[in-house]
Design a protein around this ligand. Structure first.
Ligand SMILES: N[C@@H](CCC(=O)N[C@@H](CS)C(=O)NCC(=O)O)C(=O)O
Length: 334
C-alpha cells in the first residue's frame, strides 16, 4: 500500500514538473510566491495583510511581466526551515525570501537561483550596554540564531576559525529568536546584516542595540525556482535584470510613459516599442514596461524599502549598479 502511495506521489511530482510553470501560473490566474514570515524591508504584511518589501516586489514584478497586473500574487509566508521543501513540492512557484545562493542549495536541493537581488553578509548585534565593540570579543558568548539558515553554519565556521567558543540558542521562528535576544537571554544575535538592521526596528528601544563591524560571510540573496523548467527560469531571471536595466537606462515608474517616445534603441527595445524581447520570453511585448510602470526600477524599490526612504536607511554599497561601483550588472536585453 505504502509502495503504491509512493509511486502515486512520484507520478504526481513528475507530471507537476512536466507541466510548464508559466502555463500553471496562467491557469491559476496568480503567481504563488514564498516569502519570509515578516522581515521589514524584505517582506512584511501590514495590519490589513498587504505585503511589502524588496522580496515582495520581485514577485509583483513577475506578476506584472506575466499578467500585466502586479497584484496577481498570493504570498505564502515560510520559515527558513520549510522554504525549500515548499518550492520542491510545488506549493509555491517561486521562492523570494532572503535566501543565500549556495552550491548545495543549487545542486543537491535542485534549485536554480535567479540574479542576486541583494548582496549581503552576516553580522552580529549586541546590547550597547555590554560594551562589546568587536566580534572578536564574543568568546564564550551565548548567541541567538535561526534554524535552517546559512547563518547557523557560518557561525560555527567563524568561531572555529577564530579558535573561540560559543553557545548557540537556535529557534525555528524568527520572532522567537529575536524576542529571546531582546529579553536578554543571548549576548548576541546573528543574521545577515540587512536582517540585523530590520530586526533592530522591532526592539522596544532600537538605540539600545549596536551592530558590530565584522561581516563574516558572503550572503548573495537571490530568488529561486525548481530545476527543470528553463523557460520559467528565464522569465524570472530577465524580470530581475529588467529592474536593474531600467535603473541604468534612467527609466522610472514616473517617466516610463514619456520614455516610450525616446529615440535610444535600447530604450525602445526595453519598453517593447521595438518588438522581440517579449516574444523571446513567451510574454507580452509590454512586459518590461508593465514591470517598471507598476513596480518601479531597482533603485526605486531599494530606496523605498531598505534605502533612504525607509526606516532601515541602508546605503547602496555593493547594491549599487556596476556603473556606480556596485555589483548589479544586467547583461544586454536584446
Ligand atoms: N540568508 C540566510 C538567512 C535567511 C533567514 O531566514 N534569516 C532569518 C533571520 S533575518 C529570517 O529571514 N527570518 C525571517 C522570517 O523567518 O520570517 C539563508 O538563506 O539561510
Amino acid at each position: 500500500m505504502k509502495f503504491i502511495a509512493v509511486l502515486f506521489a512520484l507520478a504526481l511530482m513528475s507530471s507537476a514538473q512536466a507541466e510548464s510553470t508559466l502555463k500553471t501560473v496562467k491557469s491559476k490566474g496568480q503567481l504563488v510566491c514564498g516569502v519570509s514570515q515578516g522581515l521589514p524591508g524584505f517582506s512584511t504584511p501590514d495590519s490589513k495583510g498587504k505585503w511589502s518589501g524588496i522580496d515582495v516586489d520581485v514577485c509583483r514584478a513577475l506578476a506584472a511581466a506575466i499578467f500585466g497586473n502586479s497584484e496577481k500574487v498570493k504570498f505564502v509566508s515560510l520559515s527558513a526551515q520549510s522554504r525549500f521543501t515548499a518550492l520542491q513540492s510545488g506549493e509555491i512557484d517561486i521562492l523570494s525570501r532572503n535566501s543565500t545562493y549556495t552550491l548545495t542549495r543549487d545542486s543537491s536541493l535542485g534549485l536554480n537561483f535567479a540574479p542576486v537581488i541583494f548582496y549581503d553578509g552576516q553580522g552580529f548585534m549586541v546590547r550597547k550596554s555590554s560594551k562589546i565593540k568587536s566580534a572578536k570579543q564574543l568568546n564564550g558568548a551565548t548567541i541567538c540564531t535561526q534554524q535552517g539558515t546559512t547563518t547557523e553554519l557560518n557561525l560555527s565556521d567563524y568561531f572555529r576559525a577564530q579558535r573561540m567558543k560559543f553557545k548557540p540558542v537556535v529557534f525555528e521562528s524568527n520572532d522567537e529568536t529575536v524576542q529571546t535576544f531582546f529579553k536578554g537571554r543571548c549576548d548576541a544575535y546573528t543574521t545577515d546584516t540587512s536582517g540585523l538592521a530590520a530586526e533592530r526596528t522591532k526592539a522596544p528601544k532600537p538605540d539600545d542595540f549596536i551592530i558590530l563591524p565584522e561581516v563574516i560571510s558572503k550572503e548573495p540573496l537571490a530568488p529561486a525556482v525548481r530545476h527543470g523548467d528553463d523557460q520559467w527560469f528565464d522569465i524570472v531571471t530577465w524580470t530581475i535584470y529588467s529592474l536593474m536595466e531600467a535603473e541604468e537606462l534612467g527609466i522610472t515608474s514616473m517617466n516610463v510613459d514619456k520614455m516610450k517616445k525616446d529615440k535610444d534603441p535600447r530604450i525602445k527595445r526595453f519598453l517593447g516599442v521595438s518588438e522581440g524581447n517579449g516574444q523571446a520570453l513567451g510574454l507580452d511585448e509590454a512586459w518590461a514596461y508593465n514591470v517598471i510602470k507598476q513596480v518601479g526600477n531597482y533603485g526605486e524599490i531599494f530606496d523605498q524599502h531598505v534605502g533612504k526612504n525607509s526606516p532601515l536607511k541602508l546605503a547602496r554599497g555593493q547594491n549599487a549598479l556596476w556603473t556606480e561601483g556596485g555589483l548589479h550588472y544586467a547583461p544586454p536585453l536584446r
